[in-house]
Design a protein around this ligand. Sequence first.
Ligand code: MG
Length: 215
Amino acid sequence: MLISVEGDQYEALRVFCIGRNYAAHIEELKSERLEAPTMFSKPPTSLVPPGTDIRMPVHGNDLQHEAEVVVLIGKEGAPKDQEEATGFIRALSLGLDMTLRDVQRVQKEKGLPWEIAKSFDQSAPIGTFSPYNDTFDLGNIPFSCHVNGELRQQGNTGDMIFPIPAQVLGVSRIWRLLPGDLIYTGTPAGVGSLKPGDTISVESELMGPFSWNIR
Ligand code: MG
C-alpha cells in the first residue's frame, strides 16, 4: 500500500505489531504481563484502507477487533535512544489489529506462532495518516472504537506500558527502520467479536473517523 503524507509517498512493506501493552487488556485476556513488549508482524497485503469491505476469514469463528494507534516511520536507520526514535516518526493514524481469537487461543495453548490468528488477509485495516507534529502529544492520544455506533473501546496512549518512543526504539533494535514501516502500538481493553453486517469505526480528536464494513 502506498501512503501519502504531505506530498511524500511511502511504500508500506513491513507491518510491526506490539502486543500486551495496556494493563486492562492483558487482564481481560488473562495474559501474562511481560518485561518487554511482545512483537509480531503482518504481511503488507493485510493492510486495508477505510471504506473497504472486510470478508470474514474462513479458518476461524471469532473475529475480534483491536483498535490501535499506528505509527508511520519516515526514515532509515537505528536510533540510539527514545528521543532520537521519536524523530523517526513521520505520521500517525488509527487502525485495527484484527484477530481470530479462537485460533489464537489454540495457538497459544500449543505454543505455536500466531500468524494464522493475526496475519491473515485484511487483518490490518488502516486509516489515512496525519503528519506527526506539535499538535500530537504521543503520551496523550485518546482514541475510541465503535461497532454499529456502540462504544466498544476507549483508550489513551498515556496508559501504555511501553510508550510509543520505547516501541520505536525496541523495534529498531531487531529490524533496522525503513521509511514506510508501520507499527501498531497495542490495544486497550474492550476487544470484542465482529459478525457480517457490522460496521466498525475508529476515531480520535485529531484523526478519523475511519470505518469498515464486515461482510
Ligand atoms: Mg493488538
